[in-house]
Design a protein. Sequence first.
Length: 374
Amino acid sequence: MVSSGHCKENIDKGNKINLEKIPAPRWHELDGGRYISTLGVVITKDPDTGIRNLAVYREMLLGKNKTALHSEQDSGIHLRKYRDMKKPMPIVTCIGVPPSVLCAALTKVPYGQDEAGIAGALCGEPVPFVKCETVDLEVPADSEIVIEGEIPADSSKWEMEGPFGEFTGHFHSLEKTLHPTIHVSAVTYRNNPIYQGCSPGIPPNEETTCREIPATASAYAELMKSGIPGIKDIYLPEMGCAGFTAIVQMDRHFYQGNVRQIIYFCFARLLIGKWVIVVDHDVDIYNPGMIEWALATRVQPHRDIIVTDNRLQGVALDPSIHSSLAHIPNAATSKIGIDATTKFKGHDFNPLVIDSAKMKGKIARRWKEYGFKI
């Protein structure tokens, strides 16, 4: 904690608050309005534990002193707790944060873990935070713009939001829907602040590029803590919306069911993972062509594919979920796991078409004899 920071160079309260002077664009033709936060870091606290959560949610501008928040996951849990207590939820949005803070906010971690610690680990030292002016929260001291406020517990004080073109490449809906509304109590900002945002859409786009690395890192951490043997690596590809698809690489199979154990763990712990593909160590999980090859040559659908029922945790923004269910807390999905490995399949796979090291050496030694220049 520090006593002040660049984000305090200007402090607007009361009648001075005017969010409309921030150049928030209408990002897509069919958007329902101007979205002031597309890469803003939203900070809330669990009212029971006091543990912070940093996340990136969309926010629609509703005038000089209000925004509508499309909030789910951890901040959504915080809001439900505050509403149970019949209290407004303090909330801040930080626009233009240090890169380590943005990366941390985009990382999927278990509920109750403070992403500010991840930001500090990326920097190699604690990130300076400063107290807010009007709410009991803290923000990165070097933020460009900070929007402080509260969400009323009474939904009659909420307003309509949407539509918005999302990172899935689809609009979540073309209708406006009632969403939690932030009543702004202060705006603090640097002199000549830099406004940061992005235009989500069909991957690859800036948001999925930002999500890919931290999403993969958090999935790797979860998988390595599972205690399941044989795991080598995991990758959440950007074209899978950096979370809908997970590809796991094994370095060794220890027993029958080893692959399925990994698949079911991913179903439970990777939160938004909908597709889980497990491959052997000889398949490059960062090469889509190699994944296609493994699926084509190592999978018998009746034997190697698991499809669950549709009662697992889903993502409200997933366009494949029926619109009547595509909202928190009712968003649910089915999931699919594919064993694209060669082990415990009831037969031994024939050798790969790969020359031995001895043969490759012989060819290399005789290269000139074949008429090729070295």
